[in-house]
Design a protein around this ligand. Structure first.
Ligand code: GAL
Length: 646
């Protein structure tokens, strides 16, 4: 490890039964020894609290410790994450093991940080959670009358007269009342936030000066409000597996890790870590393809390009036992260094010289995409159309910007929008007064705002608003939605751009969802071409103070969003970090006017990149002029000549 340039190792995140083999009987000797050996080689340690994998003796105590699934079945022992996050007995046991570890290692000079639990997730629907949900509701709404009113329990005779009549959602009563469903999702998210907080409190007290993190699951994980989970942590970390058993039938898509990196950086607007970076072919019962030579290094650099200040590979040596025998580490089962080790060792040597350039430099976004967990949760209950997929729509918009080499943040809808010139609100389905006000302020102060179809439909109790859509955003957008049309899978319409502002005369396909807009002050940018609403507005632009609000009533793909986003970037005055070369990923970390340009080639053949000026390639110190060729699965890191001197 030391030879390959490793400086940090994460340990013990699933080691509960090894640390406490029997209740109250602790054994730290083996871990002390591991930490000492690492210290002797200059390698620091992040310790995981082991609460994601309770030992059998604990779970044998009480069947109610196990989580209950939406269909009412209880999880059995045998994997991990079996526990109910609200179970008082589990919380106590978790506090005990964390206190004990923190007492033993809290001041250890070689322990620099803590990872709490491992990949929080999975909703629990057990009776203990249901009772905790009632308390959560009392806190939020005060009275049962208010709950009845906000949820509209008059419908189908659901009026509650006692808190304990309120059920958890169940697949046998699906879909639930939308108010109940959304609040239950929020409650489940909060349950992990409070579970985590109990550990944060212990670690803050017993292990001062060490950072506290958790390993998140990137953009695509949609069951926890990650802004909330990140709020009280010092650092966001996440687990990055671009290619494994579960996506082996899809083409490798570097946009997906890019989107997750940007999301993770945005949660705290801070540098993040990758706590698990793919180290080899990966799977449980099956195996994804072996990452081609160069990929592991390239994926790790991609993280750094997007703002990671730490990358920890998972795992060091492939396990010969357990459910993850197929999840390959840097070393194979036999433990001898091979091709993957050499690739990572090369990177270790490079990082030694690179770190001084990376310090303090971060991606600086002028474009924000709103990431609304309320909208995501709401759409999990009512999707409207088989193809209306919140995650896929955000991804589609992100992909266009990523290919244009535009730096993007993912922002909470009530977050600070002042750093941005362009804000995109994809399917902002649930809109509170606060969020509407935030968007209005942004546009009035000169921002450019894009709002897409299915926005402003629900209030924050998941009721459909009573005014014409897009509800609280209608005035801001200068339109009302006259009608909407949910298109059957495979059916399409098309829109024609009718304004010089927007690729005049071009057409684009619309699918999934078409809204017929009635301008109310806004100008028309595009019209539908087919069906009974042919000739009616599909995209509009409203001018508001110094800003512009664009409403896109049709959903579609690249040919719809690419011209639209290009015009928006221009109007907003946002320059991409590079122009052209759309088959390369180009990302910038900057500090003041110093810029580091990462140019990544994710293809299996070499690509040329035409330079706008002269640079130094920091990876080999060589000056580069004119055109630089980037080998397959390789990259260059370019610094302007004067940056390099500095
Ligand atoms: C992550 C997890 C690791 C390991 C890896 C491979 O989700 O945090 O512990 O299980 O996946 O499955």
């Amino acid at each position: 490890m030391a030879e390959a340039g490793f400086t940090v190792v994460r340990l013990a995140e699933f080691a509960w039964s090894k640390i406490e083999p029997r209740p109250g009987d602790y054994d730290f000797e083996w871990l002390d020894r591991a930490i000492d050996i690492l210290a002797a080689h200059g390698i620091q340690v992040v310790l995981g609290t082991p609460t994601a994998s309770p030992p059998p003796w604990l779970m044998a105590r009480d069947p109610t410790l196990f989580r209950v699934l939406l269909d009412g079945r209880r999880v059995a022992f045998g994997l991990r994450r079996e526990y109910c996050p609200n179970h008082p007995g589990y919380r106590r046991a978790a506090q005990d093991i964390v206190s004990c570890m923190a007492e033993h290692y809290g001041q250890h000079p070689n322990v620099i940080g803590w990872q709490i639990d491992n990949e929080f997730g999975d909703r629990c629907y057990c009776p203990i959670c249901t009772t905790a949900f009632h308390a959560w509701l009392q806190e939020r709404y005060g009275t049962l009358d208010e709950v009845n009113q906000r949820w509209g329990t008059v419908f189908w005779s659901h009026h509650y007269t006692a808190w304990d009549q309120i059920p958890a959602p169940s697949s046998t009563a699906w879909p639930p009342n939308p108010g109940l469903g959304l609040d239950y999702s929020r409650f489940c998210s909060d349950s992990y936030v409070t579970f985590q907080q109990q550990q944060i409190d212990i670690l803050r007290e017993k292990s001062p000066g060490r950072f506290i993190t958790h390993n998140f699951m990137g953009f695509h994980y949609d069951q926890i409000n990650y802004f909330d989970l990140a709020a009280r942590l010092d650092l966001v970390a996440w687990d990055n597996y671009p290619s494994f058993q579960w996506n082996m039938d899809a083409p490798l898509d570097p946009t997906l890790p890019a989107l997750s990196h940007d999301t993770m950086r945005s949660l705290k607007q801070q540098p993040f870590w990758v706590m698990e970076q793919q180290a080899g072919p990966a799977g449980w019962d099956m195996l994804g393809p072996t990452p081609r030579p160069g990929k592991l290094r390239l994926w790790a650099y991609q993280a750094i390009a997007h703002g990671a200040d730490g990358v920890v590979f998972f795992r060091w040596r492939t396990a010969t036992v357990g459910a993850e025998q197929n999840w390959h580490g840097i070393l194979d089962h036999h433990g001898r260094p091979g091709r993957r080790y050499e690739e990572i060792r090369r990177m270790g040597a490079e990082i030694k010289t690179l770190s001084r350039y990376l310090e303090a430099a971060q991606p600086a976004a002028r474009v924000g995409i709103l990431l609304s967990y309320d909208s995501r949760f709401s759409l999990q209950l009512q999707r409207y159309n088989p193809n209306l997929d919140y995650t896929a729509i955000v991804r589609e918009i992100y992909r266009v910007l990523h290919r244009l080499h535009v730096t993007v943040d993912l922002v909470a809808p009530d977050g600070d929008l002042s750093p941005y010139r362009l804000v995109i609100a994809p399917v902002l389905h649930v809109v509170s007064e606060t969020v509407a006000e935030n968007l209005r302020r942004f546009a009035e102060q000169g921002g450019v705002l894009l709002v897409t179809a299915r926005s402003g439909v629900k209030d924050d109790a998941n009721r459909v608003v009573q005014q014409p859509l897009p509800g609280l955003l209608a005035e801001l957008c200068g339109i009302e939605i006259e009608e909407y049309d949910s298109l059957p899978p495979g059916a399409t319409n098309s829109v024609r751009f009718v304004s010089p502002w927007l690729a005049n005369g071009q057409t684009a396909e619309a699918h999934t969802w078409c809204e017929v807009l009635q301008p109310n002050g806004a100008e028309v940018l595009a019209e539908y071409q087919q069906d009974y609403y042919a000739g009616r507005p599909a995209i509009t632009m409203n001018h508001l103070g110094a800003g512009h609000v664009i409403y896109c009533g049709a959903l579609g793909g690249h040919d719809l969003f690419q011209p639209l986003l290009r015009s928006l970037l221009e109007t907003a005055g946002v320059a991409p970090v590079a122009v052209g070369s759309e088959d390369l990923e180009i990302v910038e970390r900057r500090q003041g006017d110093r810029s580091l340009l990462f140019v990544l080639n994710h293809h299996d053949e070499a690509k040329d990149f035409a330079l706008q000026s002269d640079y130094i390639n920091l990876l080999d110190g060589a000056p580069v002029k004119g055109t630089v060729q980037i080998g397959p699965n390789d990259l260059v890191i370019l610094a302007g000549q004067n940056n390099h001197e500095g």
